[in-house]
Design a protein around this ligand. Structure first.
Ligand code: 4GY
Length: 249
């Protein structure tokens, strides 16, 4: 799959693309990422990409024309017309389901806004979908673009060390949409705290039941909305319900 990122700050992507477990996905081209700076497509001596807002007010607005020229160059390179995404608090909130959908897609053009935003006429003419990463305002769409790329890259086959360790991730609805269980590593004793005995018992049936209980408890405590959703989707067994009932009493 191929993502074309439109950004005034392409340099902020380099450590991201060359670090960590997702590096392999990007460097192998399994998830192809191409960076495009609208400034390279802006006209005139000043190569302007932003201007003052009509109607007044603070800040600057990204001009439509350099973005359109960038999009045209991308279409020429790809030989097709990809979906165009804009990162903005206006969009639907990104969640695991959306990430899975993008992980199985052909990719897209990811437009990273800066300043006060993008000229609305570009949004109306070319943006197919807006995506939000949460109800707060960032200074640009670059971090949201990296959020999407990271989440997509780690779902690609063979990217994670243990090939299916993402099957146990929090929110994976293929499992049950519950939060992940707590994890422990050596040493067995640390600052007076020990590791739950069951984890060093070697009894795998008990370990799996303990982990399930922990996930239920953690989710009920911190994200009761996810318990409601799991119940509606009939992802909780009678034994799960018994654990939750015991907790509530
Ligand atoms: N939150 N989720 C977000 C954002 C920055 C509009 C230009 C967000 O996705 N994107 O805050 N983006 C944009 C917001 C003006 C900068």
């Amino acid at each position: 799959m191929r993502f074309d990122v439109v950004t005034l700050f392409p340099e902020v992507f380099s450590p991201f693309l060359t670090t960590g477990i997702t590096r392999r996905a990007f460097e192998s081209g399994q998830v192809e990422v191409h960076l495009h700076n609208p400034r390279d497509h802006a006209l005139g001596n000043y190569r302007r990409v932003d201007d003052r807002p009509f109607g007044g007010g603070p800040g600057m607005v990204m001009m439509a024309q350099p973005l359109r020229m960038t999009l045209q160059a991308i279409e020429q390179q790809r030989g097709s017309r990809p979906k165009v995404v804009l990162f903005s608090p206006v969009g639907q909130r990104l969640d695991h389901m959306q990430v899975q959908r993008w992980a199985q897609s052909e990719g897209a053009v990811l437009v990273c806004g800066r300043y006060e935003g993008v000229d609305q006429r570009f949004v109306d003419a070319y943006v197919d979908e807006q995506i939000s990463v949460g109800d707060y305002v960032l200074s640009g769409g670059e971090l949201p673009a990296m959020v999407l790329l990271d989440a997509v890259a780690r779902l690609q086959p063979h990217v994670l060390g243990d090939q299916d360790s993402h099957h146990f991730d929090s929110f994976n609805p293929a499992l049950d949409g519950l939060l992940d269980c707590p994890h422990y590593t050596r040493p067995e004793q640390w600052q007076d705290a020990t590791v739950p005995g069951v984890l060093i018992s070697g009894h795998h049936v008990h370990i799996e039941r303990w982990r399930r209980d922990q996930r239920l408890r953690l989710t009920a405590q911190h994200r009761p909305d996810l318990i409601v959703a799991a119940r509606l989707a009939q992802r909780l067994s009678p034994q799960d319900e018994a654990v939750l009932a015991e907790m509530a009493s």
